[in-house]
Design a binder for this molecule. Sequence first.
Ligand code: KIV
Length: 272
Amino acid sequence: MSVHASNPKKITTHTLLEMKQSGQKISMLTAYDYSMARIVDEANIDVILVGDSASNVMAGHETTLPITLDQMIYHASSVVRAVKRSLVVVDMPFGSYQGNSKEALSSAIKIMKESGGHAVKMEGGQEILDSIKRILTAGIPVMGHLGLTPQSIYKFGTYVVRAKEDEEAQRLIEDAKALEEVGCFAIVLEKIPAALAAKVAQMVNIPVIGIGAGNGVDGQVLVIHDMLGINNEFNPRFLRKYNNLHQHMLQAFEAYKKDVQSGDFPNATESY
Ligand code: KIV
């Protein structure tokens, strides 16, 4: 179904589980605003992630750390207003859940109440299990996120591939099992070796969605600005660019400026 039907069948966490069970790959993209989310939803992308990557691509910060809970809610509520079919997952921003489980629960409730999102995503494994459990008890679905977790960039010191060494790989496997056991409905694996990601996807029964994690997982996610080629300076190996919007937009803006300067725009048919 490629049209934006007025009453399409909504994607739920259960749909994603069924997709894994039947071997159908899950598509996920980020979106942070109404207009972009409408197009993503119209394209029948299964999951829209209101990622804290908004901190980078929307606000121009170097890391995801500065974005606030209220800013995430602003982005998420804009996305939710656009969506008819996709499952909307909202990133819990840095500092909104690491303190203690009570604080984590109140942040998650605020996101759900004020944005209308359908689930939250949290970075980390066993160290945040208490918070995840408490959020789940309130009936809020949680997506985990392991591997390269950008909120911990100052611990890692770099954005290179994670879990290449046995010890970190083993820890990631334990974390994935723990996230499944506690009740997460899916896990994102970011920038880890493809063989390890495939092993995790086979080991757990919940969907595993990769970014820079190879093809042996249950679905893929990309940051929308990256896959559209809006930032022509970001070219990691895992990124496939489906457009070169930087070039197209630049050309459009330059053409507009030329038409304004020459007086060609607006012409008679563009005037009242
Ligand atoms: O914030 C984000 O965009 C993400 C994806 C990279 C998975 O967490």
